[in-house]
Write a protein that binds this ligand. Structure first.
Ligand SMILES: Cc1cc2nc3c(=O)[nH]c(=O)nc-3n(C[C@H](O)[C@H](O)[C@H](O)COP(=O)(O)OP(=O)(O)OC[C@H]3O[C@@H](n4cnc5c(N)ncnc54)[C@H](O)[C@@H]3O)c2cc1C
Length: 440
C-alpha cells in the first residue's frame, strides 16, 4: 500500500484507550519529535507486547506511513510523520536489575536513558548511553550509543545481551547470541529496520561517582584548540571520554569551545592528572570540575518536543583530528553557515569489538564529528563536508539527517550492508519499517 492509499480501519477495542487523535487535548504534546515536526493521524501508546503487535497490525491494515517512536530524539530516524500512524512505545518503560552479581539489567524500549541511570545508580551500576538523559532507549540501542563512558566501556550496543521485538508480521521474538544470531547482529546497529523493539537486556558496568569537567574556552583560535584536543584524547587513558562543541561568535561574545570531559576511573584522585592537559587548550572563560553520580550527567527533562533541533546534520568518523579537519571546522563556523560542530572521542573499548560482531562495524576510528545547521543552509553544509571528505572514514547514522541511499555505504561498510539487505528481505520483506535508513 502506498502513502496515499489509506484504508478506513477502526482501531481495535484494545487500543481505543491508547490512542491520541488530533482532536485530543493531548495531541500537541505528542505530535512532534525533538528535531522533526509532524501531524500524524494518530499516536498509539501500547502498554504491552500484545498491544504493540495489535498497533502494528492496525497500522499495516490501514496503510500509509508508520513511524516507531521511543524517546522522540531521532535525527536520521523519523519518528513522527504527516497523516500516518506513530507507534510510541514510551509506556514500555520498566527498568529493573535482573541479577546484580552478573550485572544483568532489563530495560523497556520506551524508557529514557536518564531514568535508566537513576534506577541503576543505587546498585552501583550504569550503562553508557549518550550525553542526553531524554534520549529514548529504543532509538539509541538499535543504532550504537556513544556515551560518557564510550572509551572505557564501548558503545551501548556492545553491552546488549538480548533484544525483544515485534517483527513486521506481528511475531514476537527474543534475539540473543545463541538464538536468532543474525537478527541479534542486525538489531545492534540497524535495528530500526527490523521490528519494534519492546525491551533489551544489557550487562551494566560497575560505576560509582565520576569526575565531570566542564570547560569553556575563547575559540578565536579554534583550529589550534581543536587539533590540540584531538592530540590530548588520542593519548589519554580510556577512563577519559570527552566531547568538544564549537559555537560561532554571538552578540557580545567570541566563538566558544565547550569541552565536557568525564573521568570514570576507579580512583577519582587520578582525574586531576588526566584532566590537566585539557586546561591548556586555550584561553579559559569558565572551568568547573565536580565529583558526581552518573545520573547527574544525564538529567531527565521530559518537556514536550516542538521539532526545535538543528535539522541538517552530517556525521563523520575520523581516525584522528588532523590540522586540515581542525582548520576546516573553524572556517566553517566563522563563515556563519555552519552553526555547530561537535567532536566526540570514541576509540578505546569501542575498538576492542570485532567489526563483524554487530551491524555497527566501525571499530578502528577514534573520533566522531557532527556538523549541524538549519535546513536553509544545507548546501553550505554539503560544501563544508566535501572539503572534509578525504578525512572521513565512515559515519554514525544516528547523527546524520541524510536519507539518500548512497550514505548507506558509509554507515554500513561491506560486508555489513549486503548482510543487512539479505536479512531485511527475510525479516521485513514488505519494508514496513522504512522510516530509518532505506536498507531495501
Ligand atoms: C539532543 C540529542 C542528543 C543526542 N545525544 C546522543 C549521544 O550522546 N550519543 C548517541 O549515540 N546518540 C545521541 N543522539 C542520537 C540518538 O541516539 C538517536 O537520534 C536516537 O535514534 C534517538 O532515540 P529515541 O528513541 O529518542 O528516538 P526516536 O525519535 O523515538 O526514534 C528514532 C528512530 O529510531 C527507531 N526506533 C525508535 N524506537 C524504536 C523501537 N522501539 N524499536 C525499533 N526502532 C526504534 C525508529 O526508526 C525511529 O524512527 C542524540 C540525539 C539528540 C537529538
Amino acid at each position: 500500500m502506498t502513502e496515499q492509499s489509506v484504508a478506513h480501519v477502526e482501531l481495535p477495542p484494545s487500543l481505543t484507550g491508547r490512542a491520541v487523535l488530533p482532536s485530543d487535548a493531548r495531541y500537541e504534546r505528542v505530535r512532534h519529535g525533538y528535531v522533526h515536526r509532524g501531524a500524524p493521524a494518530v499516536v498509539i501508546f501500547p502498554e504491552s507486547v500484545e498491544e504493540t503487535a495489535a498497533a502494528l497490525a492496525y497500522a499495516r491494515c490501514r496503510g500509509g506511513v508508520l513511524s516507531v517512536r521511543s524517546g522522540g530524539h531521532g535525527i536520521s530516524g523519523r519518528s513522527t510523520n504527516d497523516g500516518g500512524v506513530v507507534l510510541d512505545v514510551s509506556r514500555l518503560d520498566r527498568v529493573e536489575v535482573l541479577d546484580r552479581a552478573r550485572r544483568r539489567v532489563r530495560v523497556g524500549a520506551g524508557a529514557r536513558w536518564g531514568r535508566v541511570a537513576q534506577v541503576l545508580a543505587p546498585h552501583g551500576l550504569a550503562v553508557s548511553s549518550g550525553d542526553t538523559g531524554d534520549v529514548g532507549v529504543g532509538g539509541l540501542v538499535t543504532a550504537g550509543g556513544m556515551g560518557w563512558f564510550a572509551r572505557r566501556d564501548g558503545l551501548t550496543i556492545d553491552h546488549v545481551t538480548a533484544v525483544e521485538l515485534v517483527l513486521a508480521d506481528g511475531t514476537f521474538v527474543r534475539a540473543e547470541a545463541e538464538r536468532d544470531p543474525d537478527l541479534f547482529w542486525a538489531v545492534r546497529g540497524a535495528g530500526g529496520n527490523f521490528g519494534v523493539v519492546t525491551a533489551v537486556e544489557l550487562e551494566a558496568s560497575e560505576t560509582g561517582d565520576v569526575v565531570f569537567a566542564d570547560l569553556i574556552f575563547d575559540a578565536r583560535d579554534g583550529a589550534a584548540l581543536v587539533e590540540e584536543w584531538g592530540e590530548v584524547l588520542a593519548t589519554a587513558p580510556r577512563e577519559l571520554t570527552s566531547f568538544l562543541t564549537l559555537m560561532p561568535a554571538g552578540p557580545g561574545r567570541p566563538p566558544v569551545a565547550h569541552v565536557a570531559a568525564v573521568y570514570a576511573g576507579e580512583r577519582p584522585e587520578d582525574a586531576q592528572r588526566v584532566l590537566t592537559p585539557l586546561l591548556g587548550l586555550g584561553p579559559l572563560l569558565k572551568q568547573e570540575a565536580v565529583l558526581a553520580p552518573y545520573p547527574a550527567l544525564v538529567p531527565v527533562g521530559g518537556a514536550p518536543h516542538h521539532g526545535q533541533g538543528l535539522g541538517a546534520t552530517r556525521s563523520g568518523l575520523l581516525d584522528r583530528v588532523s590540522a586540515h579537519t581542525a582548520r576546516s571546522v573553524a572556517e566553517a563556523l566563522a563563515s556563519g553557515q555552519v552553526l555547530m560542530e561537535q567532536f566526540r572521542s570514541v576509540g578505546g573499548a569501542v575498538n576492542d569489538v570485532d567489526p563483524s560482531a554487530t551491524a555497527y562495524a566501525h571499530r578502528t576510528q577514534n573520533f566522531q564529528l557532527l556538523s549541524a545547521t538549519v535546513p536553509d543552509l544545507e548546501r553550505s553544509l554539503d560544501a563544508h563536508w566535501a572539503r572534509l571528505a578525504p578525512e572521513v572514514n565512515g559515519m554514525y547514522l544516528s547523527f546524520d539527517s541524510r536519507r539518500s541511499p548512497d550514505v548507506l555505504a558509509e554507515a554500513f561498510p561491506e560486508p555489513a550492508l549486503t548482510r543487512l539487505r539479505s536479512l531485511k528481505a527475510r525479516y521485513d520483506p514488505e519494508n514496513v519499517f522504512d522510516r530509518n535508513f532505506p536498507l531495501r
